[in-house]
Structures are given as C-alpha cells and as structure tokens.
Design a protein around this ligand. Sequence first.
Ligand SMILES: Cc1cc2nc3c(=O)[nH]c(=O)nc-3n(C[C@H](O)[C@H](O)[C@H](O)COP(=O)(O)OP(=O)(O)OC[C@H]3O[C@@H](n4cnc5c(N)ncnc54)[C@H](O)[C@@H]3O)c2cc1C
Length: 307
Amino acid sequence: MVSIKTFRQSLAAALPGLELRDNEPMARHTTFRVGGPVTLMALPRSVEELGAVVALAKKAGIEPFFLGRGSNLLVADQGADAFVVKLAGGLDRLELDGPSGMYVGAGVTLAQAAVYALEHALTGLEFAHGIPGTMGGGVFMNAGAYDGELSQVIRWADCLDESGNLLRLEGKDLALGYRTSVFTQKPWVITGARLDLTPGDPAAIREKMTDLARRRRSKQPLDLPSAGSTFKRPPGHFAGALIQEAGLKGARIGGAQVSEKHAGFVVNTGGATSDDILSLIRLVRDTVLDKAGVLLEPEVRMLGCHL
Ligand SMILES: Cc1cc2nc3c(=O)[nH]c(=O)nc-3n(C[C@H](O)[C@H](O)[C@H](O)COP(=O)(O)OP(=O)(O)OC[C@H]3O[C@@H](n4cnc5c(N)ncnc54)[C@H](O)[C@@H]3O)c2cc1C
C-alpha cells in the first residue's frame, strides 16, 4: 500500500480532469457541520470516472470512503488520513424507466427523486422526500421514514466492486434490512438504483409529502445541525423514548445537546466539536444501558473516530 499523498500523484497523472482537493475540511460536507480535514478528496463527474478512480485506488491498496451528502456521518475533529470520494455532484441520472419505474443516480438527492416521482404522477416515494441524503447513501442505509423504506421500492441497484467492475444486484443480494444493506459489508460503491413505483394521483402524492413534512417539522429539530436519529431503533423499543426516560433530554456536552424537541437526535447547538458529539453519544449509550438494560447502537456512521 502506498501513502495517500503518493497515490494522489498517480491519480492526477492518470485522470487529469478529475477534481481533487487536499486536506479538505469535512465540516463542509456533513450536516453535523463538524469534522477536520481528510487527506484527499476526489469528486468524479461520471460513472466512468468513478470506475477509474476505484480501480486505481485498488491498485494502490487504498480503500476509498464514499460520501454522499454527509447527513449520516460524524467525522473526527482531527480529520482522517483517508481518501474520500464524494458522489453528490456526479451520478445525477434521473429518468423514467418503463411506465412506473425510475432510474435514480446515486448522487441524486432523495428529495429530488421524490419530487420527480410527483411530477410524473408516481406514488411510493413520498416517505423519502424529507430525508436529506442521496440515493447512494439511502440505499447503503436502506433509509426509511413513516412506514416507508427504500427496500419497498428498489428493484435493483447498480454498483462498482473494488476493481471498478459494474454489478447489478437485486433481491436478497442487496441484503436490505433495517438500516442496513450488503454495502455495509462490502467496499462497493452504489452508482444508482431502479425503483418500482405505482401510478397515482399527483394531488394525493403532494398532500402526503406536505403532511409528512409538517409532521417532521413539528417533531424534529430541523433548525439545528444534526445527522438525524443518532441511534437505531432497538427491537421492541424507541431510542428517543428510552433516552427521554433516562432523563437525558436536553443533556449537554460542550456545544452538543440531546435535542429538547426530540431526544432521538443529538444536535450541534453551535460550536460543537466532534468530540463533544461523540462524548454525548457515549454518555447516552452508557446511561440507557445502565437504566434500561438496552444497548443502543449508533445509526450515524463514523470516519476517523469510533464509540
Ligand atoms: C434532519 C435529518 C433527518 C433525517 N431523517 C432520516 C429519516 O427519516 N430516515 C433515515 O433513514 N435517515 C434519516 N436521516 C439520515 C440520513 O439522511 C440518511 O441515512 C441518508 O440516507 C444518508 O445519505 P447521505 O447521502 O447523506 O449519506 P452519507 O452520510 O454521505 O453516508 C452515509 C453512509 O453511506 C455510505 N455511502 C454514501 N453514498 C454511498 C454510495 N454511493 N455507495 C456506497 N456507500 C455510500 C457512506 O460511506 C456512509 O457510510 C436524517 C438526517 C438528518 C440530518
């Protein structure tokens, strides 16, 4: 394995058009608005360019970290000696596929995809409208809300394996479960997904999206930076209720706080460090384990840090 700095030279030489950023601060790329610099970030503009990046990284023995909109990600204050490949700018194919299907590139936001479905009178994706991530990040996590989740509408997903070969996965090969997929186990990058939706009434679709947005605004601290639900829902419980019952609603470490509005969210009240957020997550996990005997597992992914 070569160093990421050495790899940068071969990458720039092989792909002169590729946008590269050195020591890129991750606070710019996460909805928590925290995180120090990563050694190198690449921003490929197409599946072909992404494939070349992936293949070159494999040759150099470097495992890339794939980034969407960073809406489910905590990055260490000191950053990470990592090679991050940001996908939100490219991979933006969004088109109808058959009478009630859609192809959605991994860089398309879930909100854009839901609006596109509405514009084409297709129902089934309303739940995803308020989830502030990309289709790639959504497939990775099998994102869901209000009784909907992507597993209900994905027919297949395209990805590149670690050598840059294009694979199409469907059914059980996707291993979609509660906030999990095959991609949490394999170092593969999702490039897009084919969704199966249903013809519907645009007025009803819009009404459902508006209703879900209203419910989100009334229950979630959308005015403060966060990464959504901090913990996965433990079987038989709700994380937010357990945290509230443990007396932790409003608990603070530095600028990080268990939201007063929804105890399932840790928020950055301004000036939080990644360490503040991590320490608060640990405090919540340990206190809930102590008081309720339930081990909360973080839903938020981490780069350069761990619990
Ligand atoms: C206010 C708020 C509300 C939220 N509400 C919800 C909700 O209701 N339901 C829900 O499920 N989530 C919710 N989230 C969390 C988050 O938006 C989702 O998990 C989303 O799917 C993450 O997408 P992303 O593009 O931001 O991924 P990122 O945060 O960039 O990445 C998350 C993980 O996915 C991997 N990844 C990203 N793209 C790819 C790719 N193309 N190929 C392979 N791996 C990839 C990353 O390596 C990382 O491990 C919320 C977040 C916020 C801030």
